[in-house]
Write a protein that binds this ligand. Structure first.
Ligand code: CTP
Ligand code: CA
Length: 229
């Protein structure tokens, strides 16, 4: 595959994809989490490998089978994802943050299981902000020309929120999709618009997550600087 239809257009590239959803531990048996299945990130990893890239897939708590031909790094929390993706990004040509990273974590981790006390109301749960990994990656690129791509899930005013988010994150492309109770999370299909810092706006019609993944790699490939020998 490629613009001219010849050869794998991502050959010679190292790409890093994050997938799934982080779990923020509260005690040894409990966590705060989200409903991300990992399907979009795994589709991105598979399609990049099929197009010739070396792929590192940083997977947060996905139950999906390990994709063939991909370096898989399993993580749990946002902090673990940050460490893994930052290490993998050091020599990457592109980083695609498809994972749903928890915005907050429990402010304190209890090393023993939290017990209820007879006749007492529960304590309110104190939360702390997690680092914005995408914004950090975009602000501190270890290689010139490295492309950083984010995903945004929005429930309303999707384009308006997407544009603001693209600017706030400082990434090159933002894939914006609309989510709701039964939309997108865990489903096989996706509908999105990919916003670029260059002002581009690429609508991706409702269809399989593979099709969105291919469009994302098309947009990345056409923005890559040339390969040096
Ligand atoms: N992201 C991240 N680190 C975080 C939160 C989000 O790297 N702590 C990344 C996600 O992987 C995604 C992008 O940022 O690629 C957008 O995530 P989203 O939750 O839509 O954005 P937020 O900035 O967290 O905004 P919101 O308040 O709408 O959740
Ligand atoms: Ca968020």
């Amino acid at each position: 595959r490629g613009a001219a239809g010849v050869g794998p257009d991502l050959a010679g590239r190292h790409v890093v994809v994050t997938a799934g959803g982080t779990r923020e531990p509260l005690d040894p048996v409990r966590f705060l989490g989200n409903r991300s299945s990992g399907k979009q990130g795994y589709a991105l990893a598979r399609t990049a490998a099929a197009r010739g890239a070396r792929v590192t897939l940083v997977s947060a708590n996905s139950a999906l089978p390990d994709p063939a031909g991909v370096d898989l790094v399993r993580v749990g929390s946002a902090e673990e994802l940050r460490t893994a993706v930052t290490a993998a990004a050091a020599d990457a040509d592109a980083v695609v943050m498809a994972a749903a990273v928890a915005d907050f974590r429990p402010a304190a981790y209890a090393t023993g299981k939290i017990k209820k006390k007879a006749g007492q109301e529960p304590e309110p749960l104190a939360l702390a902000r997690n680092p914005d990994i995408l914004a950090e990656l975009a602000a501190h690129r270890p290689r010139p020309g490295q492309l950083v791509v984010g995903f945004a899930a929005e429930t309303d005013r999707v384009l308006e929120h997407g544009r603001a988010k693209l600017a706030a994150k400082g990434c090159d492309l933002l894939v914006v999709n609309e989510v709701g109770e039964s939309r997108t999370f865990g489903s096989e299909e996706n509908e999105a618009v990919v916003l670029g810092t260059d002002g581009s706006e690429t609508p991706v019609p409702h269809g399989p997550k593979e099709a969105l993944a291919e469009t994302v790699w098309d947009l990345i490939a056409e923005r890559f600087p040339g390969l040096s020998e």
